[in-house]
Design a protein around this ligand. Structure first.
Ligand SMILES: *Cc1c(COP(=O)(O)O)cnc(C)c1O
Length: 241
């Protein structure tokens, strides 16, 4: 149990530091900290860490692989948690994800929308969906490989597809800032995409942006949900099973 206590102290200290960063960034941006929700991305960390986070009051959990997420959601079934699926999602995993996820941040194609909707209805659940926006200009120009998300121009059509489905609710947008460049222009662009979407769907208020390294920039640019992994849990170590 000594190990657990040490881990708990480590995560508690990390959480305090993250809260301080969020508070400072919100103060600088003239925003209320309550407007910004911290999601703990627990990929490659064990369910025991999820439990510690819940005890510390952090109940939004993010995962990027279905198999790992499904296992942890089952192990933590006694806790009242909100599960966010943040990774690229294969259509054949939609059935599993629809069982435990509350919000899917990585909706990027019509076929996935249809399949998530069908599976959510089968489970009698409602899945929040965010349209993932590709903010990397290099990928738009075809200079890099598999893109995460849809081009900004294609967001309205995909959002309409989500909004039309019973079993899904359109929550807003999500993006990952392009690697190795200033995240601010990218988050700026995301903000304008989100504003356009919200003009048509007033309840689509979520802007999921900001990770351990760029949460301040994301908060400055209107993020409502941060996806924080390493700053809370440390470096990822592969877990068995
Ligand atoms: C892993 C991951 C995060 C968390 O990244 P950190 O830099 O560890 O905070 C956020 N979003 C997505 C989509 C991820 O896969």
């Amino acid at each position: 149990m000594g190990g657990t206590n040490a881990r708990r102290a480590e995560i508690a200290a990390n959480l305090e530091r993250v809260r301080e960063r969020v508070d400072a960034a919100c103060a600088a941006a003239g925003r209320a900290p309550e407007e910004v929700r911290v999601i703990a991305v627990t990929k490659n960390h064990p369910a025991s860490d999820v439990r510690i986070l819940a005890e510390l009051g952090l109940r939004d959990v993010g995962e990027n692989r279905d198999q790992e997420a499904a296992g942890k959601a089952a192990e933590c079934g006694d806790l009242d948690l909100t599960w966010h699926f943040v990774g690229q999602l294969q259509t054949n995993k939609a059935r599993s994800v629809a069982r435990y996820a509350d919000m899917v941040h990585s909706v990027d194609r019509g076929r996935l929308v249809a399949e998530l909707a069908r599976r959510a209805r089968n489970e009698g659940r409602e899945l929040g969906c965010l349209v993932q926006v590709n903010l990397d200009p290099d990928s738009e120009r075809g200079l890099i490989g598999p893109r995460g998300g849809v081009d900004p121009a294609d967001v309205p059509a995909l959002a309409d597809a989500v909004a039309a489905e019973e079993g899904l609710s359109l929550g807003g947008v999500m993006a990952v800032a392009p690697r190795g460049s200033d995240p601010e222009p990218a988050f700026d662009r995301l903000y304008s995409v989100a504003a356009d979407l919200r003009a048509r769907y007033p309840r689509a208020t979520v802007i999921s942006a900001g990770m351990s390294g760029d949460l301040e920039a994301a908060i400055r640019r209107g993020a409502t949900h941060l996806r924080i992994g390493t700053a809370l849990l440390g470096d990822r170590v592969a877990i068995v099973g």
